[in-house]
Design a protein around this ligand. Structure first.
Ligand SMILES: *Cc1c(COP(=O)(O)O)cnc(C)c1O
Length: 482
């Protein structure tokens, strides 16, 4: 079960026809779609949150399943005629639960952020609203008199959440001010040890005892290490918190069984939320896994916080989950982790410092301050040389969240293209060359700038040429010709 049942080349007439049909209405959309494939094929994509979904996954989205309204959940819809959406959603949920060994899966969320909102409201419903209704002898919120309802609304707002600090790799949706989670909850973050860069569980435990959060969030977007979810659960139980794991970034490593035991969140968390499009390699979307206690609460996601489910995307999620249940996906997940390791070792050997000194997941966080650069300068110089990666804060970043001092790299996308140890070793060399040859320059007018830089054209051209050779050796969707 390693090769796709049909080669990608089989999709050539399908996509040609599709683009002709679209072009007959709006040729610029067909052109941009064509151009995007060319751009994806030509870039050394190291963006840690991106991947390449298979053609079966992509094709499953282009259908009339999009035309159906299906608010509610399987078998309990607010619309008539939902039997095929019921089938699609049930198959996707069945695959997700089996893939991750979860009691329950909810596959409607349109994105990772939407999945997190469903998780927060499931926890608030289960732990705040339901007990209040019982206490007041009401069956639903409609039975509450206006004063009790106002008090309940204020009670939602008094709840507390603890998540990983943003500059330690946490996500905006874990209680920060620029996201509704920070406006809804009182928030306190936990962080990493300043000397090792590793998550400090003892400090987390002490802070949780003091702060007594309703919810502890475990998960990250830019922390290059594995988490110990057994320890997280122990701490959550100790303080009476619900453990919510946001595995948006590393779901593929869980699905592929690279993370097991204490590193597998499913047996330890009450609720797990995720994206489908990052290391899991599915369509752009989200989903949730819940234990028995929270299963009913997560199923209320639509219409509580979500708009109508996207039937065509749930179909693609089902295909992606089915793919991830094949043993070849475990090979992919292991290669993703091994490749990140090779990239990290290659960078370290070339004198590029890494936050935490390395990686044991799919991402690597470079500290570029030693090259005299901001993350923004390094990001732009790498792009000039054909390497796509994004700038990222490092812990206690002196350049803030806009300019930053870091570059985040991830192995999932290029591993999907078939890059192995040799190609990642060479990628490390190309990155090191760009960093060594990039110099900060003054802004026009003479002031120092955190954005201006110079990379000699000859270096950029040489790196671009070598990157193009590496990419040619591992074509994206081989045989697909538009
Ligand atoms: C990417 C990410 C999200 C958001 O996912 P979207 O699909 O962009 O909404 C949420 N949480 C974490 C930890 C992420 O890395």
């Amino acid at each position: 079960m390693s090769e796709p049942a049909l080669p990608d080349a089989a999709a050539t007439p399908v996509y040609r026809g599709l683009l002709d049909i679209v072009a007959a209405v709006e040729p610029r959309i067909a052109a941009a779609t064509r151009q995007e494939l060319a751009d994806q094929r030509a870039s050394l994509k190291l963006i840690a949150s991106e991947n390449y979904a298979s053609l079966p996954v992509l094709l499953a989205m282009g259908t009339w399943l999009s035309d159906k309204y299906a608010e509610g959940t399987i078998g309990r819809r607010f619309y008539a005629g939902c039997r095929n959406i019921d089938t699609v959603e049930a198959i996707a949920a069945e695959h997700a639960a089996a893939l991750f060994g979860a009691d329950h899966a909810y596959v409607q969320p349109h994105s990772g952020i939407d999945a997190n909102l469903v998780a927060y409201w499931a926890i608030l419903s289960h732990r705040v609203e339901s007990p209040a209704l019982r206490r007041l002898g009401a069956k639903t919120v409609n039975d509450l008199d206006p004063a009790d309802w106002e008090e309940l609304r204020r009670e939602f707002n008094r709840q507390r959440v603890m998540g990983m600090a943003l500059d330690a790799g946490g996500h905006l949706t874990h209680g920060f001010r620029h996201n509704i989670s920070g406006k809804l909850f009182e928030q306190q973050s936990y962080s990493t040890d300043p000397t090792t860069g590793l998550l400090d569980y003892a400090a987390l435990r002490a802070a949780a005892r003091e702060f007594k959060p309703l919810i502890i969030v475990a998960g990250y977007s830019a922390y290059p290490r594995r988490l110990d979810f057994a320890k997280f659960r122990e701490i959550a139980d100790e303080v009476g918190a619900t453990l919510f794991v946001d595995m948006a970034h590393f779901a593929g490593l869980v699905a592929g069984k690279v993370f097991s035991g204490a590193e597998d969140p499913i047996p330890h968390a009450h609720i797990v939320a995720s994206t489908t499009h990052k290391s899991l390699r599915g369509p752009r979307g989200g989903f949730l896994l819940a234990d028995k206690e929270y299963a009913d609460a997560v199923d209320k996601g639509c219409p509580l916080v979500l708009g109508g489910p996207l039937g065509h995307v749930m179909a693609a999620k089902a295909v992606a989950f089915a793919e991830a249940r094949q043993t070849s996906f475990q090979d992919y997940a292991r290669a993703t982790a091994a490749n990140a390791q090779t990239l990290a070792d290659g960078l370290l050997r070339r004198g590029v410092p890494l936050v935490t000194g390395g990686t044991d997941n799919h991402l690597v966080l470079l500290d570029v301050s030693g090259f005299g650069l901001t993350g923004r300068q390094a990001e732009a110089a790498l792009l000039d040389a054909g390497i796509v990666a994004n700038r990222n804060s490092i812990p206690r970043d002196p350049n803030g969240a806009w300019y930053t001092s870091g570059i985040r790299l991830g192995s999932p996308a290029l591993t999907s293209r078939g890059f192995g140890q040799a190609e990642f070793e060479e990628t490390a060399e190309l990155i090191a060359q760009v960093l060594r040859h990039t110099t900060p320059t003054a802004a026009p007018g003479g002031q120092t700038s955190k954005a201006a830089y110079e990379l000699p054209d000859a270096v950029a051209a040489a790196v671009r040429a070598r990157a193009a050779e590496l990419l040619d050796g591992h074509p994206l969707y081989p045989g697909l010709e538009l």
